[in-house]
Design a protein around this ligand. Structure first.
Ligand code: FAD
Length: 333
């Protein structure tokens, strides 16, 4: 897959033009090209350089949504987990997680909740959850705090490598005939009256501006989707509310075994995962809404770093991930 070949084959018009080469845009390109539509995807920087390479790298049904009672969301996420596991078994692997319990009510509460999680997963599930005593919990995660530990609930989810999955989606879209261009920023939309008929983009390698006409333009620009929406309607109000979470990479021995840990509620009210990842330990928290992601990130990371550093003096790497809650938006056409 060579950029120069794709640039050469770039058509003047196509059926579907996707703006944004993250997981969403690349997934749309695969879907569109596999249905026989001529498809072009334009990515401003590089494929998956945005949120799609800064996630927690988990494919899960969302235990926290279960706590919120959002069964429909959990069911669709678990079905998706099954689909990705089947389609990309080389990128997805089962992850055993311990949810440690310290209060008397936690074991029955989370035990029943995770049995429900198993039941919703149905045929898409991995190993079933089970309740364990304190001795077993410590044998699974030797570095866990043993004081007042009552045991825990062990359950399964899946982990993956977000960047590799996105790269595979790009290659699949390419094999299906889609044209994919990175370093190609969409800077405007072409319109006939109210109807969007294509996009204007800048090829950063040559500096040239080009137009590609399309029957449908898909805005898959993630957290910056409002920028593209405003190319259509300059006065439109923001739809996106950015949120951000920080991940830390710690040494492999942080956990002391191959079982990860789910902390259902940290001191600041988050849900936090710690699990083996790529030969290291990945510590990731759920994201929180942020008015100004870049600046607030540092403020929010400080207590988190302090806590991790008190447990492990070696923070190998860290990355913040930014997203929007509402996902892909289709520009009017
Ligand atoms: C902290 C955190 C943890 C997460 N953990 C998980 C997890 O464990 N598992 C999971 O499944 N999901 C997780 N997610 C969610 C997941 O990462 C996102 O839903 C997903 O990556 C969003 O992909 P996207 O393609 O919509 O956005 P992005 O990956 O941000 O892609 C948008 C792309 O559009 C491009 N773009 C922007 N403007 C233009 C333009 N004008 N022209 C051309 N291109 C443009 C950008 O350069 C970017 O590459 C997490 C999210 C966060 C924030």
């Amino acid at each position: 897959m060579r950029r120069s070949d794709h640039l050469e084959r770039l058509p003047q018009a196509c059926d579907v033009l996707v703006v944004g080469g993250g997981a969403t845009g690349l997934g749309v390109a695969v879907d569109s090209a596999s249905r026989g539509y001529s498809t072009v995807l334009l990515e401003a920087r590089d494929f998956a350089q945005g949120t799609s390479s800064t996630s927690t790298n988990l494919i899960h049904g969302g235990v926290r949504y279960l706590k919120q009672g959002n069964i429909a969301l959990v069911r669709s996420a678990l079905r998706e987990r099954g689909t990705v596991s089947r389609n990309a078994p080389h990128l997805v692997s089962e992850l055993r997680l311990l949810l440690p319990t310290y209060a008397w009510w936690e074991k029955p509460f989370y035990g029943v909740g995770l049995k429900l999680y198993d039941a919703i997963a149905g045929p898409h599930g991995f190993a079933r959850s089970s309740v364990v005593d304190a001795t077993t919990a410590i044998s699974m995660v030797p570095t866990i705090r043993p004081e007042r530990l009552r045991g825990g609930v062990v359950f399964s989810d899946a982990q993956f490598n977000d960047t590799r999955l996105a790269t595979c989606l790009a290659k699949t879209a390419h094999e299906l005939g889609a044209i994919l261009l990175n370093h190609a920023r969409v800077v405007g939309l072409t319109k006939e009256g109210e109807k969007i008929t294509g996009v204007l983009f800048v090829d950063f390698e040559s500096g040239h501006e080009r137009v590609v006409k399309a029957r449908a333009v898909i805005n898959a620009t993630g957290a910056t989707a409002d920028t593209v929406r405003r190319m259509d309607e300059p006065k439109t109000e923001d739809l996106m509310v950015a949120s951000q979470g920080t991940h830390l990479v710690l040494p492999p021995d942080f956990l002391g075994g191959s079982t990860g840990v789910l902390v259902p509620r940290t001191k600041d009210g988050r849900l936090c995962f710690v699990f083996p990842w790529q030969g290291y330990t990945l510590l990731g928290t759920t994201d929180v809404p942020v008015p100004s992601p870049t600046r607030t990130s540092r403020e929010r990371r400080r207590p988190y770093f302090t806590w991790a550093a008190s447990t492990s003096p070696w923070i190998t790497a860290s990355w913040p991930g930014r997203r929007l809650p509402r996902g892909m938006i289709r520009v009017r056409s």
